[in-house]
Ligand binder design. Structure first.
Ligand code: FES
Ligand SMILES: [Fe+2]
Length: 343
């Protein structure tokens, strides 16, 4: 689907964020869609997080509308019961259980507060491929990390990726809160290592005002560094670092955006952030949550508006400029992952 060249809309043999640890329990399953498939998420009696295919093979009832019986899910329609490995263990109307009566069980890993799911070939699900949570500053000593919010967007995943890799939009879409004109005016340098694709901006002389000044408890000129690291195909981590002219760090925070395709035209968005200063200050956490939630809503509105627009275009097109380099290289990286799977 445009703007990807491929009609195979996402790489499958990858880890994606599926939700938050605190959402799952042994009482009520949670339903989400990932990569075009319904998934039922819950915990077994021992507290282990489980992800099963969310459609009952009997009559296609949503398996998330099940009753949890011990470690298993009992379908809320006719009572077929599936263990955490996906095998059917009970059909109330007969003793024989056909071999075909089973659902997929997906690898699911908890790291920090995030649940990571692998929708592709389970044989290939190597936990070492999950982005390093210390490097992302979600689990680093001296940082407070906040699981902030999640949304389901009516837009293709690529539109959200390209919102997150082109932060020149901060100056306009988020003017007055997290955005300043200097961000759009500063050239982005793009670099790649084996873990992430980085877009860097260095602003040598910005004057803090408004939200940023309030958060950092500092007024006056700063050196600002903004890094956006894309851990393809699922997570974007932005680092905002502010120094007094000449060196001393005033404060740093990071924002973490997990983009998980729900379907070709629907996107799960999980947002967290972390900071390394005033880590005990709950009222600062509340302020930052409020401002970030407002900014996220602006991004949600923008990407959904663009989706509505391009759906009306028989042949969508775009006009790219220098600042789009990071987005285009991120797009290529996803396309390469898709091509490698198809080969
Ligand atoms: S649809 Fe699930 S048991 Fe019939
Ligand atoms: Fe934004």
């Amino acid at each position: 689907m445009w703007p990807l060249k491929s009609n195979y809309d996402y790489p499958r043999n990858q880890w994606y964020v599926a939700g938050w640890s605190h959402e799952l329990n042994n009482e009520m399953p949670v339903e989400r869609w990932f990569l075009g498939e319904p998934v039922a998420l819950y915990r077994d009696k021992a507290g282990k997080a489980i992800a099963l295919e969310g459609r009952c093979p009997h009559r296609n009832y949503p398996l998330a509308k099940s009753i949890i019986r011990g470690d298993a899910l009992e379908c809320g329609y006719h009572g077929f019961t599936f263990g955490p490995d996906g095998r059917c263990v009970r059909i109330p109307s007969q003793d024989v259980i056909p071999a075909a009566c089973r659902v997929k069980a997906y690898p699911l890993v908890e790291k920090w507060q995030w649940l990571w799911i692998w929708m592709g070939d389970p044989e290939k699900a190597d936990e070492a491929l999950i982005p390093d949570h210390d490097e992302m500053r979600l689990t680093s000593p001296g940082w407070v990390a906040v699981p902030a919010l999640d949304r389901v967007l009516n837009c293709r995943p690529q539109l959200l990726h390209e919102n997150l890799t082109d932060i020149s939009h901060l100056a306009f879409l988020h003017a007055g809160t997290i955005g300043t004109e200097a961000i759009a005016a500063t050239k982005v340098e793009v670099s790649q290592n084996e873990r992430f694709l980085r877009g860097s901006r260095f602003i040598p002389d910005e004057t803090l005002t408004g939200f940023l000044s309030e958060v950092l408890g500092y007024e006056g000129p700063v050196e600002r560094t903004v890094l956006i690291d894309f851990y393809a195909p699922s997570v974007h981590v932005a680092l905002e670092s502010f120094r007094k002219p000449g060196g001393e760090v005033i404060g740093e925070f990071r924002v973490h955006h997990a983009v998980t395709p729900a379907a070709p035209d629907r996107t799960n968005y999980f947002f967290a952030w972390s900071r390394s200063f005033a880590v005990e200050d709950q009222s600062l956490t509340d302020t930052m949550n409020t401002v970030f939630a407002g900014a996220i809503q602006q991004d949600v509105d923008a990407t959904q508006d663009i989706e509505a627009m391009v759906r009306q275009m028989p042949e969508p097109k775009e006009l790219l400029v220098r600042a789009d380099e990071h987005s285009i290289r991120a797009r290529r990286w996803i396309e390469e992952m898709i091509e490698a799977e198809q080969a």
